[in-house]
Design a protein around this ligand. Structure first.
Ligand SMILES: Cc1ncc(COP(=O)(O)O)c(C=O)c1O
Length: 349
């Protein structure tokens, strides 16, 4: 078999499709800071319509989408409540505090969605002594919780507590289309559980760059100013929005293949007793595996897998992460699974 390198580090490594490249080449553009880019406007309308919100805003990254949301919903000195493994808390370089003067209250929730009772504990505290809670943030699918799709009922429970205390909810829906497939629902239904949602075009949907923030017209009007403050006001960004339109119109249905491939990987790895893997834990495009019992740290295993031309990532000292994506087809998934299983067996034997 010819040697090949298979990249399962993330779905962010995906290449733009040929159709995206063509669309970018011929995109009709204008100055988006003046609201005059027809391609950006088309993408924003499409995103708002798909997610069932009044308006949308094109931003360069998912991180900026989240930060524009947090800064638009809150004021300096506020706190926000979120899961302790949330992307906003874990991977965004402290932006909410550095840029917004906002403090996090983290709640450890194994399944990725804070328990409403725990959240309520904070919401009902005396507002004179404690900082105001400006926002609750959810994440679906949840990256550091193994790509778990958080069920709608859980989100709705959280939302009703938020409504009771008049605190808005923001959803980091970077992979909301994966969540919709896994939950057998529409992205609109998931978005309905939050006041604002950010989602990415540049992950499993394969666009080279870009995310969207959606919400009410008033919210987006304020968000436009925050985006500019953060340096995210772009000019002829229709060039990249054009790829985003292809992402939304042609790339969402095929995510099912990535989920099936993740299930295949999980099933193969579950054959190895020392990995203690439950295949049913993985319902989207990520497989997270504890490698502690094979006698190796996750970073060491990642390095050795790389020597065998399989690129994966790690979440911490014990857990490796494999992310299926549109640039790795079933044949290559089978090949990668075969190499990894053989590699692990050679380590434990
Ligand atoms: C759940 C989640 N939110 C937000 C982001 C940030 O997206 P970006 O890399 O475009 O800033 C990511 C990136 O992987 C993510 O996994």
């Amino acid at each position: 078999m010819p040697k090949r390198c298979i990249d399962l580090r993330s779905d962010t490594v995906t290449q733009p499709t040929l159709k995206m490249r063509e669309a970018m080449m011929y995109a009709e553009v204008g100055d988006d800071c003046a609201g005059e880019d027809p391609t950006v406007n088309r993408l924003q309308s499409l995103a708002a319509q798909l997610l069932g919100k009044q308006a949308a805003l094109f931003v360069p990254t998912g991180t900026m989408g989240n930060n524009v949301a947090v800064l638009t919903h809150t004021n300096a000195g506020n706190t926000i409540i979120l899961d302790s493994e949330a992307h906003i808390y874990y991977y965004e370089c402290g932006a909410i505090s550095a840029l917004g003067g906002v403090m996090p209250i983290t709640i450890n929730s194994d399944d990725g969605c804070p328990n409403p009772d725990q959240v309520e504990f904070y919401l009902q505290r005396d507002p004179i002594r404690f900082p105001k809670i400006g926002l609750i943030c959810l994440e679906n699918t949840h990256n550091r919780r193994g790509g778990r799709a958080v069920p709608l009922e859980q989100m709705r429970d959280m939302q009703s507590v938020a409504i009771q205390y008049e605190v808005p909810v923001h959803l980091d829906g970077a992979r909301i289309f994966n969540a919709a497939h896994a939950l057998g629902t529409q992205v609109k239904d998931i978005a309905d559980c939050a006041d604002s949602v950010s989602f990415c075009l540049s992950k499993g949907l394969s666009a080279p760059v870009g995310s969207l923030l959606v919400g009410s017209s008033d919210f987006i009007e304020n968000a436009i100013q925050v985006r500019r403050r953060l340096g995210g006001g772009m000019r002829q960004s229709g060039v990249i929005a054009a790829a985003g339109i292809i992402a939304l119109t042609e790339m969402t249905d095929r995510l099912v293949e990535d989920h099936e491939n993740a299930q295949y990987l999980a099933k193969e790895l579950a054959e190895i007793d020392s990995l203690e893997l439950d295949q049913t834990d993985f319902d989207t495009n990520m497989v997270v595996v504890n490698v502690q019992k094979i006698g190796m740290t996750a970073p060491e295993f990642v390095r050795i897998a790389r020597e065998h031309d399989i690129r994966i990532s790690y979440l911490d000292q014990d857990h490796i992460r494999l992310v299926t994506n549109c640039d790795v087809n079933r044949e290559n998934i089978e090949y990668a699974a075969d190499i990894l299983v053989k590699l692990i067996r050679s380590i434990i034997n």
